[in-house]
Design a binder for this molecule. Structure first.
Ligand SMILES: [Zn+2]
Length: 292
């Protein structure tokens, strides 16, 4: 090995990542920066144009929902400042599930600010015992440090964060430990109910994926259907997504900025509509002969 060959190996590894279909998500992430905005009252958007992150001001500290993509910590910290808050005031972090694009800044906040990290119990177990299923390797980030979860969330848990009580459920499907949660947000004298669903992607429900995971009966698809059913009837005024495309967040943001008197994020039908869409799409996947 020489300095030159070491460098060439490094460049080749970078090229391999760039050529990977998922690889581009981990390069030049700052190009995905979205100027933060207040979604409603004490709820703020601090995510990028693909992966969501939301900040809830509880009056006694901040709750950060999701930690952004791996490699995007600086961008998330900047977004929190730009939203008008100090990142050191993030006392709690609620992770939607344990995939690489949602846990990026968790170890940084935990170490730097003592943030308490919450994650669905089955995903906390996955992180500890089968970390390969977080897809960390997709990012090729050798600097990334793992982390221990402070609070493993179980189905039916209710936790209080400052002035806000959050009701949690486990909604296995995209991962075993995806969470859904519900809480109130306030704008002056007005209150709205927020619903969060921690993972919709079907990438983990594909035949090949499930076989490698050890789910030879594809039971996860049935569990996903049951999860949708479980929380479908929750009254939700504001559907809080964990990827922007769940609610067309970028388009809604533009509409909202153009007309601040009409908040397009307040839409009591959005939750049920999207969960029904996913149910229909999942049934189609389950009926696809190529997926048997
Ligand atoms: Zn995921």
């Amino acid at each position: 090995m020489t300095v030159k060959s070491d460098y060439e190996q490094f460049v080749a590894a970078q090229q391999t990542l760039k050529d990977n279909p998922m690889g581009h998500f981990f390069f030049e992430q700052e190009r995905r920066y979205v100027k933060p905005f207040t979604l409603y009252g004490n709820l703020h958007y601090v995510g990028d144009n693909w992966v969501c992150a939301h900040l809830l001001d509880t009056g006694e500290g901040l709750v950060l929902f999701d930690a952004g993509n791996i490699g995007a910590t600086a961008m998330l910290v900047q977004a929190i400042w730009e939203a008008g808050f100090n990142p050191a005031d993030v006392r709690w972090m609620v992770l939607s599930h344990a995939h690489v694009d949602h846990i990026g800044a968790a170890p940084f906040f935990q170490t730097m600010f003592g943030t308490q990290v919450y994650l669905g119990a089955p995903d906390a177990d996955m992180l500890a015992t089968r970390p390969e299923w977080t897809f960390l390797h997709d990012a090729h980030d050798v600097q990334y440090q793992g982390f221990d979860v402070d609070v493993a969330i179980n189905d039916g848990d209710v936790f209080t964060f400052g002035n806000t009580e959050i009701q949690f459920y486990l909604v296995p499907g995209h991962t075993e430990g995806c969470i859904a949660c519900f809480f109130d947000v306030h704008d002056g004298n007005e209150t709205k109910r927020v619903g969060y669903y921690g993972g919709f992607g079907f990438n983990t429900l594909q035949k090949g994926h499930l076989c490698e995971y050890g789910d030879l009966d594809f039971a996860m698809r049935e569990r996903y259907l049951a999860s949708l059913e479980k929380v479908r009837q929750q009254p939700v005024d504001i559907f809080m997504p964990n990827h922007t495309n769940n609610v067309n967040l970028l388009e809604k943001r533009e509409l909202f900025l153009a007309n601040p008197n009409r908040n397009p994020f307040v839409d009591p039908d959005a939750w049920g509509r999207y969960l029904d869409e996913k149910r229909t799409a999942l049934l189609a996947l389950m009926n696809d002969p190529k997926q048997h």
